[in-house]
Design a binder for this molecule. Structure first.
Ligand code: DC
Length: 676
C-alpha cells in the first residue's frame, strides 16, 4: 500500500494481463455480521482485508464473538446465536457505512429486548452521513435509540440497559430513497426477533436495488428466507433463526472490477485485461457496470467468475444512462467519459451526495482539473472531455478520503497529453482495495522513458543507501541499490571459484569470464533480503571484504555491461530511486533529478565504523579510513564509469547534516522538478 502524502502516476501507454481482485466489501461485511449473529461457527474464505472489514471484525470481537484467523484467506467466526455475550460496549466504526447501518439495527433490537446498551460512533464524515430514516423505523417498533450528537446522524446510543418489548404486529416502514442500507439493516436485524411474520414496507422509490438482492441471497445462505413482493414489501417468516452455513466464499468485488474493466476499455493492449474472482454469475449489482462499459465501446466477455476486456470503440462512445442500479461503479463511467467523443450524462445518482464524500461535488471538481467541462446537477453529472489533446490539464487530484475517487481518477494517467497525474492521499484506497495501485501498475506500461528516476550517486559510506531508501519510502518508489549488484558479482565469482584478485582480473579473458558470470546471475530483492540464484546472500554481500571485491570487479567493463540492462529494468511505475556511482552518468542519463552525495572521508569512516560495531563486527577506524580512501581513488580513477558527479547533478555535502535534513532537501528538489 502507498502510505505517502501523494502518488505521482507517470503517463501510461498500455495495459494488459491478469488481475485477481480482493473480496467484495458489501458481501464481506454482511457475511461477518450474519456469521456473528448465527448459531455455530462459520468458516469465511476470501474475505476482503480492508479498513471497512477491519472495523467490523473489531466490533464483533468487542461484542464477544470469537474471531480466529486460520490462514491468510480464511477466518472463522464463532456466532452468538442471537444472544448478546457483552451487554455494554463502545464501537468505533470509522467511515464504514456497511458496518454502522446493519450494526445499528441488529444491536438496537438485541439491546432493547435483552437489556443492553451500546454506543456507535465513527470518523467526522461518518457523523455527517444520514442514519435518521433507519433510527425512525427502529423507534417506531419500540427500539431504544438515543442521539448522542446531531439528531439523525451518528453517534448513537442503542438500548438503555433495561429490557423492553418490541411491537412487530404492524408493518415496519422505512424510507428507501436515501440509502438502501437502511432496508438491508432491517432485513438483517429483524430475523433476530421475528416471533411472528414480520413485514417491512419501503416508503418512496427504493434506490440501489441490487444491494437488497445481495442481502436477501445472503440471508437465505444463513437460513432465513425473506418473501419479497416487488421492491415494496418484504416478509420475514415467524420463527426465523440464523444458522451458520458452515463455510462460505466471498466473491471478488464487482465495484473494484470496474476500474480494471475501464482500464481494458481505455488502454491499448494486445492481450487485454483478465479479471479473476468475479464474473457473469456475480450476485453483486455492480456487475452490470459491464453493460455500461460495453455501451461505451469496451469489448467484454465473461465466464461465471471471470471477465476479459479489450479496447473496442476508440474514442469511447458517450452515453446517457440512469445509474441508479450501479451507484458506486458509475463513478468509473464518469472518468471513462474523459475518453469519449461527446458528452456523457449519468443520471439518478443523488445517493452520491451521502457516500464517503459528496461524490457529485468531488467528481465535478476533480474532472474539471483535468480539463473536462462538467455540469453538476442535484442528481446527475454531465461530462464533456477536453476539446483536444492540448486542452488536457493537470493539478493534484484531491481524494476526499474516498477510496473510489482515488481509484477512478488514476485512469487519468492514460491522458493523451502524457501528463503525469498526482493523486493526493493515495492510502484512502485501503477502505476496500489496499493494493489497488500495485495491481494497476503491475498491468500498466508507462510511456517510454517517463518513469521518474531519482539518482543518488556518491562515494562509499556517504549515506546514499539510507538517504535513497528514505526518499523511495516517502515517494512510494522502488529502490535500486546498485552497489549490492557489484557486491553480488564478487560473491558469485567466489562461489564459482573465479579469482577476484587484482592480478587475475587484469587478464582480459578472466575479466570477460567474470562478466559472463555477472550476466547469468539470477538476482532477487525483497523487503528483507537479497537472493543470488535462490540463496539468501544478504549477510555475505555486506562484509568489508565483499565491498573491496566489489570495488575491484566493478572496474571491469564486461561486468558493467552485464549489469546495465538489469539496472535499467528496475525503473518501473510509479518511480525509482537509484543509488550508486554511475546512476546519473551512465545508467539513467536522462533522470530528471540527480543528486551527488558527499561527506568528508573522516565522517564517512566514522559512519562505517559505527555501522560495523553496531552489527557486532570488530573495526579499526584508521584501517577503515585508509581502505575508504583507496576505494575512493579506485572508483574515481578507473577507466570505466569513474565516480564523478553528472554534469547536471545537484551536490549535497552531508557532513554534519542529519539524515532527515538530507531527505527533506532531496524531496524539496524533487518537488521543484515536478513543478517545472
Ligand atoms: O555502495 P557499495 O559500497 O555497496 O558499492 C560497492 C562497490 O561497487 C563500490 O566500491 C563501487 C562499486 N559500484 C560501482 O562501481 N557502481 C555503482 N553504481 C555502484 C557500486
Amino acid at each position: 500500500m502507498f502510505n505517502t502524502a501523494f502518488l505521482d502516476l507517470p503517463p501510461l501507454a498500455s495495459a494488459g494481463g491478469t488481475v485477481q481482485l480482493p473480496g467484495s466489501k458489501s458481501i464481506s461485511n454482511r457475511v461477518l455480521l450474519l456469521a456473528a449473529l448465527s448459531q455455530g461457527h462459520t468458516d469465511i474464505y476470501d474475505l476482503l482485508a480492508s479498513d471497512d472489514t477491519h472495523v467490523m471484525l473489531e466490533a464483533l470481537k468487542t461484542l464477544g464473538c470469537s474471531v480466529e484467523y486460520v490462514s491468510t484467506n480464511h477466518v472463522r467466526i464463532g456466532g452468538m446465536a442471537g444472544k448478546l455475550i457483552t451487554k455494554e460496549a463502545k464501537l468505533f466504526l470509522g467511515n464504514a457505512g456497511t458496518a454502522i447501518r446493519p450494526l445499528c439495527a441488529a444491536l438496537t433490537v438485541l439491546a432493547t429486548t435483552q437489556g443492553a446498551s451500546f454506543e456507535l460512533s465513527g470518523v467526522a464524515r461518518m457523523h455527517e452521513r444520514p442514519i435518521g430514516d433507519l433510527v425512525n423505523a427502529l423507534r417506531a417498533i419500540g427500539g431504544v435509540v438515543t442521539d448522542l450528537g446531531k439528531p439523525g446522524f451518528p453517534p448513537l446510543q442503542l438500548g438503555d440497559g433495561a429490557p423492553h418489548t418490541l411491537d412487530l404486529s404492524k408493518p415496519i416502514q422505512v424510507r428507501g430513497d436515501v440509502s438502501s442500507q437502511f432496508l438491508t439493516a432491517l432485513l438483517m436485524a429483524l430475523p433476530l426477533v421475528a416471533e411472528q411474520d414480520t413485514v417491512i414496507e419501503v416508503v418512496g422509490e427504493l434506490i440501489s436495488k441490487p444491494y437488497i438482492d445481495i442481502t436477501v441471497q445472503l440471508l437465505a445462505r444463513f437460513g432465513v428466507n425473506v418473501q419479497r413482493d416487488g421492491w415494496q414489501r418484504f416478509t420475514i417468516q415467524a420463527g426465523a433463526r440464523y444458522q451458520s452455513p458452515g463455510s462460505i466464499y466471498v466473491e471478488a468485488d464487482a465495484s473494484s472490477a470496474s476500474y480494471f474493466i475501464a482500464l481494458g476499455a481505455i488502454a491499448p493492449s494486445d492481450q487485454g485485461i483478465t479479471v479473476q474472482g468475479v464474473g457473469l454469475d456475480s450476485i453483486q449489482g455492480d456487475i452490470r457496470f459491464v453493460e455500461a462499459a460495453q455501451a461505451m465501446g469496451a469489448q467484454v466477455s465473461g465466464t461465471a467468475n471471470g471477465l476479459h476486456i479489450q479496447r473496442g470503440a476508440w474514442p469511447l462512445i458517450a452515453i446517457d444512462l440512469d445509474c441508479n442500479h450501479i451507484p458506486d461503479a458509475a463513478m468509473t463511467l464518469a472518468v471513462m467519459a474523459l475518453y469519449a467523443r461527446g458528452t456523457t450524462t449519468l443520471r439518478n445518482i443523488a445517493s452520491w451526495r451521502v457516500k464517503e464524500t459528496d461524490r457529485l461535488h468531488a467528481m465535478s471538481a476533480e474532472l474539471r482539473k483535468l480539463g473536462a467541462t462538467v455540469d453538476e446537477g442535484d442528481d446527475y453529472i454531465s461530462i464533456t472531455p477536453p476539446a483536444s489533446t492540448d486542452a488536457w490539464t493537470t493539478a493534484p487530484i484531491a481524494t476526499y478520503d474516498d477510496h473510489r475517487m482515488a481509484m477512478c481518477l488514476s485512469l487519468a494517467a492514460f491522458n493523451p497529453k502524457q501528463l503525469s497525474t498526482r493523486i493526493n492521499e493515495p492510502h484512502c484506497v485501503a477502505k476496500t482495495f489496499p493494493d489497488y495501485f500495485e495491481a494497476m501498475f503491475a498491468l500498466s506500461t508507462p510511456v517510454a522513458g517517463r518513469v521518474p528516476v531519482i539518482c543518488i550517486d556518491g562515494p562509499t559510506a556517504s549515506g546514499k543507501g539510507t538517504l535513497s531508501q528514505l526518499v523511495a519510502q516517502a515517494l512510494g518508489y522502488a529502490w535500486l541499490d546498485s552497489g549490492a549488484l557489484y557486491r553480488l558479482v564478487g560473491v558469485a565469482a567466489d562461489l564459482a571459484h573465479l579469482s577476484t584478485s587484482a592480478e587475475a582480473l587484469a587478464q582480459p579473458a578472466h575479466a570477460q569470464a567474470v562478466g559472463t558470470l555477472a550476466a547469468a546471475m539470477q538476482v532477487r530483492f525483497d523487503a528483507h533480503a537479497v537472493y543470488l540464484d535462490g540463496a539468501d546472500v544478504s549477510a555475505a554481500i555486506r562484509t568489508e571484504a565483499a565491498g573491496m571485491t566489489a570495488s575491484r570487479v566493478s572496474a571491469l567493463q564486461p561486468v558493467r555491461d552485464a549489469l546495465t540492462a538489469l539496472q535499467q529494468g528496475f525503473a518501473k511505475a510509479p518511480g525509482l530511486v537509484a543509488d550508486g556511482r554511475d546512476m546519473g552518468t551512465v545508467i539513467f542519463p536522462d533522470a530528471p533529478l540527480k543528486v551527488f552525495l558527499t561527506a568528508s572521508a573522516e565522517q564517512r569512516a566514522q559512519r562505517r565504523y559505527k555501522q560495523l560495531i553496531s552489527k557486532g563486527n570488530s573495526a579499526n577506524i584508521d584501517i577503515l579510513l585508509a581502505d575508504l580512501k583507496e576505494r575512493d581513488a579506485r572508483d574515481m580513477n578507473r577507466a570505466h564509469a569513474p565516480l564523478k558527479p553528472a554534469k547536471d547533478a545537484l551536490l549535497l555535502d552531508n557532513t554534519g547534516v542529519t539524515i532527515e535534513q538530507s531527505v527533506l532537501q532531496v524531496l524539496a528538489w524533487w518537488q521543484g522538478k515536478q513543478a517545472s
